[in-house]
Design a protein around this ligand. Structure first.
Ligand code: NAP
Length: 497
């Protein structure tokens, strides 16, 4: 059974920093890559000692800036550094570098001979930092100049279709070792599913050094192993995922992958960043993905790809779950179920009869909220920046609507038993994003219950203000968990309890 190896990229500025970090991750990796380009000049004098210190197979790499690295000195000094790393080869090969990475255009026969004489494998690499490599099999073939090399192709995709192409073309490359990497956020599936690509290894970054290579989209080996269960992924593993854009703050992989582990299912759930929904469907079809969660901004646009949708998906007009059966996709909405269960738990009641509810926002999550309030027998007023969307949604359920601004304060006062906040305002990680409050013009009395569907950050500015005024509050984690549990059942047929 083919299994890709996990390689840890060490971009510390000293050998001892790299060694300390390596020791922390040792149990989760197979190979370490010493990135000499990140070492200080003084430290570069001692690189030859590293394999013996590291006690794992090591790759010697001196990556130039044009190839996505940090090395800016000339080729003559780089050649000398390679020579220093490969010199004085030991009879005990564990004390030598196991691999050396020479770029496509770096051909120094004496270094190549030295590597081969002492059983140091050559990784022959090409990096395209500004776009895809279209014909990957042809590129791989051209990199095998001596016949001994492991060719490596790494590129920065422009769209998810470039990553789909990598998976498509990798099918012709299974007979010999090669390393295949799509970089950046779009390329993450290629790193997690490296075994499906038959890639010799996948590169990871320790969290301590992640800033150095953040543009490459590597994840740390503990996340790769513990969240994505990397070592268990084979050709038989069922693949699920979440698609959206930009897909920065998703906790869904942690929830689903933990479920697979707990129930002993041979499955993995991965993030699939796609700017357009057609690219997400194309990728899913190519890779054999069996089901996906769908998030902003694809919940409506995905509907046209569905052979059939569930009745509540039709009522809500948004789809957050797609499941493949044969060659067709079927659409569901588990947001409504998730929010319904979350509200019942939050309020400790079975319905919303006699309650007047303010729904803030009129996007996909709001459609689910309006559906739930109606189902639970409540009355609502929908507030939105774009009034036409509030109107359309409100008219569907015979609710009131108003523009999201200070002029609607009295209506907010009237519909103040429960607030369901469904806009994306307040979500994010920067100070600017998380300090925003969509109803900063409203003064809480303290009697309101406030449910914010956002869960990153755990307490939005709105929730903080409501809590200070004495209101009962909840973030959207409960909704996320309940909707994911129903999704899990749709994907696997197993109840998540
Ligand atoms: P969406 O369909 O894109 O809707 C976004 C909503 O936010 C719209 O009402 C939009 O108003 C409003 N909005 C965005 N930026 C605004 C701004 N600067 N000023 C005023 N209004 C603004 O997104 P969605 O799918 O409903 O998701 C919304 C939020 O819910 C996200 O934070 C998402 O993570 C969260 N969510 C959580 C769960 C969960 O399980 N907890 C599930 C689904 C969604 P306009 O109509 O005027 O553009």
């Amino acid at each position: 059974m083919f299994k890709s190896k996990i390689c840890l990229c060490l971009t510390g500025s000293t050998l001892s920093e790299n060694l300390n970090i390596l020791n922390k991750y040792r149990n989760w990796i197979d190979i370490a890559e010493l990135r000499v380009d990140y070492l200080t000049e003084d430290e570069r004098l001692y690189i030859r000692r590293f394999p013996e210190m590291a006690k794992v197979p090591c790759i010697l790499t001196i990556r130039r800036k044009i190839d996505g690295g940090a090395y800016v000195d000339g080729e003559a000094t780089r050649t000398l550094l390679f020579a220093r790393g490969l010199a004085f080869a030991d009879q005990d090969v564990r004390k030598n570098f196991a691999y050396v990475d020479f770029e496509e255009d770096f051909h120094v026969p004496s270094l190549q001979d030295a590597a081969l004489a002492f059983e140091t494998g050559i990784i022959r690499s090409v990096h395209s930092m500004d776009g895809p490599i279209k014909n990957i099999p042809q590129k791989i073939e051209s990199l095998r100049t001596t016949g001994y090399e492991i060719p490596k192709v790494a590129f920065m995709p422009r769209t998810l279709s470039d990553v789909t192409n990598l998976f498509r073309q990798s099918k012709d490359l299974r007979d010999k070792d090669s390393i295949l990497v799509a970089m950046g956020g779009l390329g993450l599936p290629s790193r997690i599913l490296a075994s499906r690509l038959h890639s010799f290894l996948t590169y990871t970054s320790p969290v301590e050094l992640s800033d150095n290579l953040s543009h490459l989209g590597q994840i740390d080996p503990i996340t790769l192993s513990e969240i994505y269960n990397f070592r268990s992924i084979t050709q038989e593993t069922s693949i699920f995922g979440i698609t959206g854009y930009p897909l920065h703050h998703t906790q869904s992989p942690a929830i689903h992958n933990e479920g697979y582990k707990n129930y002993g299912l041979d499955s993995v759930y991965i993030p699939v960043r796609a700017e357009n929904v057609d690219e997400a469907i194309e990728f899913a079809d190519q890779v054999g993905i069996k089901g996906m969660s769908v998030t902003i901004p694809h919940k409506q646009s995905v509907l046209s790809y569905m052979k059939e949708i569930s009745s509540e998906t039709g009522d809500i007009g948004a789809c957050n779950t797609i499941v493949k059966n044969g060659s067709d996709w079927y659409g569901y909405n588990t947001d409504a179920f998730g929010l319904m269960e979350a509200l019942k738990k939050f309020l400790g009641i079975k319905n919303l009869k006699h309650m007047k509810v303010s729904i803030i926002g009129a996007g996909g999550a709001s459609c689910a909220a309006a559906y739930v309030v109606k189902e639970l027998g409540g009355k609502a007023c929908i507030f939105n920046r774009t009034i036409s969307k509030a109107k359309d949604l409100a008219e569907k359920y015979n609710f009131k609507y108003a523009v999201l601004s200070a002029e609607s304060k009295s209506l907010l006062d009237e519909y103040s038993d429960l607030f369901i906040q469904t806009t994306s305002i307040g979500m994010g990680s920067t100070i600017e994003e998380i300090s925003k409050d969509p109803i900063d013009f409203y003064d809480f009395k303290g009697s309101e219950a406030v449910y914010d569907v956002i869960y990153t950050p755990a307490k939005t500015a709105l929730l903080k203000r409501a809590e200070e005024a004495g209101c009962k509050i909840s973030n959207g984690l409960t909704m996320l968990q309940y909707q994911a549990e129903q999704q899990f059942y749709l994907f696997t047929g197993v109840k998540y309890e």
